[in-house]
Design a protein. Structure first.
Length: 268
């Protein structure tokens, strides 16, 4: 029996809110309407209140009040409102971990999601699925530390260089946070592409055939950990993974997004 299987026998898994399940199903529905997404969110009054608060924060410089979900969607767009809703659901589902900087944790998750969506567009895979997988990639760490709080100090040891957290997880636990998240999404009936991408994100070149999503998540997580947008950061990424995705490094340097432009839900 693998270390991961043994771990899951003793851990208490979070419960995915039903509204989150429903919103995830809309990611692959090209015909989903604004009204359908609004009605899904409206079923959860607490979630609705959080989204309106966030929308009003975004609209603070416009001297207008956002008082309905329709107004929030009109202001922020369907994709951003759905992203806010899914992240708020995940935030509620996962516990607060003593000793972990929750604001910085979620900021890193949002950066990973943003970079994943950016890279997905370049390799021709679903940007919505890449965003969701990127946002969830580190959630396995919360499950690990909830069960084994003594591991937090080792996993978050500084300096935290790109990819080093995965190395420490393998050395300490025998598996990675990405594999834990993959197993969780499998149990939550996520799309197979997301489950597989998460499962190989820590070492995408070890899996054949290559999961493009897994490789995208690997690069996105490295970028999120480096936390700056100087084009030279591209040279610090794993070049073999860039080559496997057939990404143009000049394009990456020229089009590298500023993480400050990504959706920030760290205050949730």
């Amino acid at each position: 029996m693998s270390d991961l299987s043994t771990f899951f026998q003793s851990v208490k898994l979070p419960v995915m809110p039903e509204v989150a399940h429903a919103l995830i199903r809309t990611l692959s529905d090209e015909d989903v309407t604004l009204a359908q997404v609004r009605d899904l969110i409206a079923k959860d009054p607490v979630l609705t209140a959080k989204l309106l608060r966030l929308a009003n924060s975004a609209a603070s410089g416009m001297r207008r009040e956002v008082s309905t979900l329709d107004a929030a969607i009109a202001l922020l767009g369907l994709a951003q409102v759905r992203a806010m809703a899914l992240t708020a659901c995940m935030n509620v589902a996962f516990p607060v971990i003593e000793g972990l900087d929750r604001t910085e944790f979620w900021r890193n998750c949002m950066s990973c999601a943003g970079y994943s969506q950016w890279l997905a567009g370049a390799v021709g895979i679903s940007g919505q699925e890449a965003w969701l997988a990127g946002m969830m990639l580190r959630l396995g760490e919360l499950i690990i530390v909830q069960s084994r709080p003594e591991a937090l100090e080792v996993l978050e040891k500084q300096p935290q260089l790109p990819g080093h957290r995965w190395i420490r997880e393998r050395e300490t636990l025998g598996f990675t946070e990405a594999q834990v998240t993959a197993e969780l999404t499998h149990r939550w009936n996520f799309p197979l592409a997301i489950v597989r991408g998460l499962g190989c994100a820590a070492a995408p070149l070890d899996t054949h055939p290559l999961s493009q999503l897994g490789a995208v998540l690997h690069l996105a997580s490295c970028l999120a950990d480096m936390a700056f947008s100087d084009p030279e950061v591209i040279d610090a990424l794993p070049q073999d993974v860039i080559a496997a995705l057939d990404l143009n490094r000049d394009w990456m340097r020229n089009k590298l997004p500023d993480p400050r432009d990504f959706l920030d839900l760290s205050s949730l």
